[in-house]
Design a protein around this ligand. Structure first.
Ligand code: MN
Length: 297
C-alpha cells in the first residue's frame, strides 16, 4: 500500500525525492477521500462514489500502472467497499498496520486524523494502541500515542460518551430542552418525532439529568406513556421503588400520579414520551429530585 512509503530513506537522495513525492500524493488522495466521509457512523456511500484522480494527475505519465492501482484499485475498489466494511473499521485496520510496521511518520498522522473523522473516539484509540503495543512492540505504541494525543487533544471522555450514545440512538437527539429547563436538573434535549396522528417526542437526558417531581393532571383519561429508546434511566412514582428503564421498556403513568423520570447517573438516556388525551389536562411541576433521593438509587 502506498501509505507504507516513508521518509526514513532521506540519506539516499533519489529515494528521498520519490518518498516525498509519494507522501504528497498520499496526502492528496487521503484528503480528497475524507471529503465524502463527513458522517462516517451513518455511512451509506455506494462503492462507486469514492473517485480518485490524484494518482493519474500526478503520476499518470511517469508510473501509469501505479497511478491506476492507487486510484482505481486502492480507493476505487477497496476503500470504497463501505457496504462490506465501514470506513471506521478500515481506518482501525490501517492505523494498526502502520503502527505494527513501525511507520510513525506523517502518514500515520493522516490516518489517525482520518480515524477520528471516521468515528474512532479518544477512548477507543487509547485502547487500540494499548492492544497493538503488546503485539507489535512497546516503542511503536509510544510513538503512535504521541501522535494520537495531538490528534485527539480536543476530545474528552464525556464527549466520547455522548458520541457513542448518538451513534446508537435511532432518533435524533434534537435541541436543548430550554423551554422546560427550569423543571430539570442537568441538560435535557427534545426532538419531536411525530407531529400528526399519535404525537410523541424523544427526550434525551445527559448522565445524572432528571426532571422534577411532577403530575400529569386530568379529570378523565390523560397520563403519559414512556418508551425507553437508548441508554439507561429511571422512572419513579412517589412512595414506590424506582423502576429501571432500558431500551424497549414501556412505562404507563396514570394521570394525577406524582413521579419523575430521567437518566441513570452514569448513562445517557432517551425515552419517547406520549402525552395521552384526556379532559382538563395540564402538567403540574413540583420540587426537584434531590441528590439524596437520586443518588440513593
Ligand atoms: Mn412525566
Amino acid at each position: 500500500m502506498f501509505v507504507s512509503l516513508r521518509m526514513k530513506t532521506s540519506t539516499h537522495q533519489p529515494l528521498s525525492i520519490m518518498a516525498k513525492l509519494f507522501a504528497i500524493i498520499s496526502f492528496l488522495l487521503i484528503s480528497n477521500m475524507a471529503y465524502s466521509q463527513n458522517n462516517p457512523t451513518k455511512l451509506t456511500t455506494a462503492p462507486s462514489e469514492i473517485k480518485q484522480t490524484a494518482g493519474h494527475d500526478a503520476l499518470g505519465d511517469f508510473a501509469p500502472k501505479f497511478a491506476e492501482l492507487n486510484d482505481d484499485v486502492l480507493f476505487g475498489q477497496v476503500w470504497s467497499r463501505t457496504d462490506k466494511l465501514s470506513l471506521r473499521d478500515r481506518s482501525i485496520v490501517t492505523v494498526t498496520a502502520l503502527v505494527s510496521s513501525g511507520i510513525i511518520d506523517s502518514s500515520l498522522t493522516y490516518h489517525l486524523t482520518e480515524a477520528k473523522k471516521n468515528g474512532v473516539t479518544r477512548t477507543e484509540i487509547a485502547e487500540i494502541l494499548t492492544q497493538v503495543a503488546l503485539y507489535a512492540g512497546w516503542p511503536k505504541a509510544w510513538g503512535a500515542f504521541r501522535q494520537a494525543l495531538e490528534v485527539w487533544k480536543d476530545s474528552s471522555e464525556a464527549a466520547d460518551a455522548r458520541q457513542k450514545f448518538e451513534q446508537e440512538l435511532i432518533f435524533p437527539i434534537g435541541r436543548p430542552n430550554d423551554a422546560y429547563a427550569k423543571y430539570f436538573i442537568g441538560q435535557s434535549y427534545l426532538a419531536p418525532i411525530s407531529t400528526a396522528q399519535v404525537k410523541f417526542v424523544n427526550v434525551t437526558f445527559e448522565p445524572g439529568c432528571r426532571n422534577n417531581w411532577h403530575i400529569h393532571r386530568a379529570t378523565s383519561g390523560g397520563g403519559q406513556m414512556l418508551v425507553g429508546v437508548a441508554g439507561r434511566g429511571w422512572y419513579c412514582e412517589e412512595g414506590k421503588p424506582a423502576v429501571e428503564i432500558l431500551p424497549g421498556t414501556v412505562i404507563h403513568i396514570p394521570a394525577n400520579v406524582k413521579h419523575w423520570h430521567g437518566a441513570a447517573k452514569d448513562s445517557w438516556f432517551s425515552h419517547l414520551a406520549f402525552e395521552l388525551d384526556g379532559e382538563n389536562t395540564s402538567n403540574e411541576w413540583l420540587s426537584p429530585v434531590t441528590d439524596e433521593e437520586y443518588l440513593a438509587l
